[in-house]
Structures are given as C-alpha cells and as structure tokens.
Design a binder for this molecule. Sequence first.
Ligand code: WQD
Length: 338
Amino acid sequence: MVKKKILVTGGAGYIGAHTVVELSQAGFEPVIVDNFSKSDDTLLKGIEKILGSKPVFMEGNCTDRTFLRSVFEKHQFACVMHFAAFKSVGESVQRPLYYYHNNIESLVTLLEVMKEFNVNDLIFSSSCTVYGEPDQIPVDESAPFKRAESPYGATKQMCERILEDAYSSGFRVISLRYFNPIGAHPSALLGELPIGTPNNLVPYVTQTAIGKREQLTVFGNDYTTPDGSCIRDFIHVVDLATAHMNAMQYLDKQKGDTFYNVFNLGTGVGVSVLELITKFEKATGVKLNYVIGPRRSGDVGKTYADPTKVNKELGWNAKYSVEEALLHAWQWEQKLAQ
Ligand code: WQD
C-alpha cells in the first residue's frame, strides 16, 4: 500500500524529529524540510538510528517560495505539520524583525504554496504563550489572548490570526498550543538540541547536572505560588508528538474542505520549578547545584492547561510523567557526553 506522505517542516528540530519517528512508526512517510538555522544533522542521525532508514530530507527555507514549490512538485502531501519557527523568547526580544520575518513569512509562504498544490490539511505549532498571564488556571481554549510578553509570543498570536482569516479560503487547520515540552526519546537517540546556551529550564538542569554548566539559577521564588517559584505544565515531547498524529487523523475525518480548531496540549498538572528540581534529583539520583536569583522579565507566574478538549475531541491523553520525562532528558544528556 502506498504510504501517505506528510510534510514536516522543522523536522530536524526537537519536536519535529520526535514527530517524524512517530509518523514513520505509524506507517506514514514523513518528508523533512529544514534549513538548519537552529539545528544540525544530530537529530536526523538519531531518527535514522531509531527507524533503521534515512528519512527523506530536503534542506531549505520555508520563507523561500521557489524551494517550497520544488518540495511540493516532488511529493504529493496528505498533510503538512509546520514546526519550522524560531522559538526563543529572549532572542525574539533582541531581534524582533528576524522573528517576525521568519515566523510570519514562513507560514504565509507555506499556505500560498499549499494552495497552489491543492494541499489543504495543516497542523500548526502554536504555544500557550499566546495567553500571556492567564486570569484563570487551568487554562482552557476560551481564555483570551493577552498582549504577548515577547515578539516570539506575538508571532504565535499573529500566526493563529492568519490561520483564522485564511482557512475559509480552503484549508483544514488545527493549531496545537503547546505548554512546556520537555524530555527526550526513551531510546536516548533523540532529545533537545545542545546548540548554544539553553533558553529552557530542563536542558539547563541536565547540563548543570552533567557539569557543562556551573549552576542553575531559579528565576525568582517570590511568586504567589506554594513554594514561590513559577508553575508550568511540563509535557513529554513524545506525548506531544503523538498528539500530532491524533490531530492529523481527526482532521482527516472532517467532512468538507474548510475547518479550523485549536487545542491546548498539556498534561493538566502544574509543577513548580523547585518541584521539578526535586523530581529531577529523585528520578536521577543526581544532586543539582542551584541558587535562587531574580525573576526573569516576561515570565508568567503560573500557567497550566485544562486538557479536557484535547482529551475528549482528539482522544489524546499524556502518558508520561514529569519524572519519566526528566529521566529521559538526563539519559539523552549522558548520551551526548559520550
Ligand atoms: C520555564 C520556567 C523560568 C530557565 C517558553 C515559551 C514557550 C515555549 C517554552 C517554545 C520559568 C524557569 C528557566 C532557568 C529558571 N517555547 N527557569 N531557570 O518560559 O515557560 O516557556 O519556552 O516552545 O512558548 O514561552 O519555558 O523553560 O524558559 O522556563 O528558573 O535557567 O523555568 O523562569 O518559570 P517558558 P522555560
């Protein structure tokens, strides 16, 4: 039987690579597009080791219409999963135009080329950052967008608006609002890319634990939370990847040629930064050297998902615990150090 081809933009990156593995193991043929601007071939090699075969890969930029046309001329896609975007909150504050151009231009160009080639189904990587500091937690999809704390967050809000305005011209779209992706593939052959100083908490934890970083700074313990540190909804990257499969199959079942819906992708469990550190130490047996520092500007104090809608409508539930995710992240860090 001919395998359905799925375009995975940003497939050499953290979440994209894990989704490529799930797609392939579920009998689909993922085609990876990546420009290596925030990645290298580390995860492509990991995918090959897990699957036992090289994934189809085309190097190029999603803002490059000619390149994207060449991809769609070569492959007839059943669905597109669009992961390719810059995602560092801090970097986006330093370089707003770099972020607006890349994140907005890549989506618009992708949609235009999809239209040219009559490819209608799209799964879009959005983020809980679109909510800002929520008035109510847990956060459900009806929560209003606050003014984004960073250009990165603003690009996610704008991309969702573009999709809302554009889908009625013939697209079937699901936006998945990720909470905090963490962890690594249980094989320790895939994980967060170790390029540059990590922006996110968990790679900073594992790099401190392995001695690549002197110590971890907890950004503030004076928030109105039980232990004073921020609360987040940490979701295993493999759970995130499988949710994309559920979303694609849900989309495939929709009648008609236009559709748009959004889903929060979280576990529904809030864990504080200090609780995560304790969980890491328990899961790995490694003592973590950390200090309490000042708050990081732009951080929200607490946010975690109400996953009712994604559980019910997509039939998806997070399977891994935070402890398992932290253990997998640690095993990946140890593998990198070999
Ligand atoms: C988590 C918590 C920090 C580092 C952002 C984006 C979101 C998504 C994930 C892309 C915060 C604290 C962190 C450190 C710390 N982006 N922290 N010391 O900011 O919740 O979310 O990244 O997928 O869209 O908004 O994630 O991991 O940076 O921070 O204390 O060295 O850990 O203050 O409370 P964040 P994060």
